[in-house]
Design a protein around this ligand. Structure first.
Ligand SMILES: [Zn+2]
Ligand SMILES: [Zn+2]
Length: 222
């Protein structure tokens, strides 16, 4: 896997791209796909953190112990695929998107389930707000939760993508030592030439997760 030593900035805000670019030993197009996946993986353990899954989760074929773990793995795969195809280096919006995902993971994971809106809820907010961004007046394409995760209409507003991204980055603060360690661990997984975990494998996960999930459903707890 190569050299894992990097000069970690001891203190910093949560804008990661400047700290972590360039990736050393980043995944590249020429890497061969290592065929280790069929040789073994753990069933009934969280694919991201190895914590034992509750029996009802594993019986249902759920692969992660929490939304946070699921999003961490998804973010690692996103980082790896964008490093591999050059988007991370060439596209500032990709770097920002990765930063925002990581900031959300540090905050305990983006509460996707709680925040999911029905098409009818979204449309009602777009209509109420005249389909313009409530922050800058540009055409609105997204719905913002103003504060927290409540999906009541008073807490929702139509915004444009740029304002939504800016808002997610708006309150930089010093990362705690625990957060820094978490960020470094995520970037180490993104930078690794070969995937550190099966769930990090951006080129094969879409194929293998179904197999793991099916095995788990058929696996008897002892
Ligand atoms: Zn986990
Ligand atoms: Zn806007």
């Amino acid at each position: 896997m190569g050299n894992n030593e990097t000069e970690h900035t001891p203190e910093g805000d949560l804008t990661m791209s400047t700290i972590f670019w360039p990736f050393r030993n980043a995944p590249s197009k020429s890497d061969t796909v290592v065929d280790y996946i069929d040789t073994g993986y753990n069933v009934n353990l969280c694919q991201n953190c190895d914590k034992e899954l509750p029996q009802d989760s594993s019986e249902r074929g759920i692969l992660f112990c929490s939304e946070k773990c699921q999003q961490t793995a998804k973010t690692v795969r996103y980082g790896r695929s964008t490093a591999r195809d050059g988007r991370y280096e060439n596209d500032a919006t990709v770097r920002e998107a990765l930063d925002i995902r990581i900031v959300m993971i540090l905050g305990g994971g983006y509460p996707e389930t709680a925040r999911r809106l029905t098409p009818e809820q979204r449309e009602a907010i777009f209509v109420r707000d005249g389909r313009v961004c409530q922050l800058c007046g540009a055409p609105a394409t997204e719905i913002d939760h103003i504060k927290g995760s409540s999906s009541s209409p008073e807490n929702l507003q139509a915004v444009c993508r740029v304002c939504n991204m800016a808002k997610a980055k708006a309150s930089p603060r010093l990362a705690t030592p625990e957060e820094q360690a978490e960020v470094y661990a995520i970037f180490d997984r993104i930078r690794a030439t070969q995937p550190t975990r099966i769930c990090d494998d951006e080129r094969r996960w879409d194929k293998v997760w179904r197999k793991i999930s099916a095995d788990q459903k058929g696996h008897r707890h002892t």
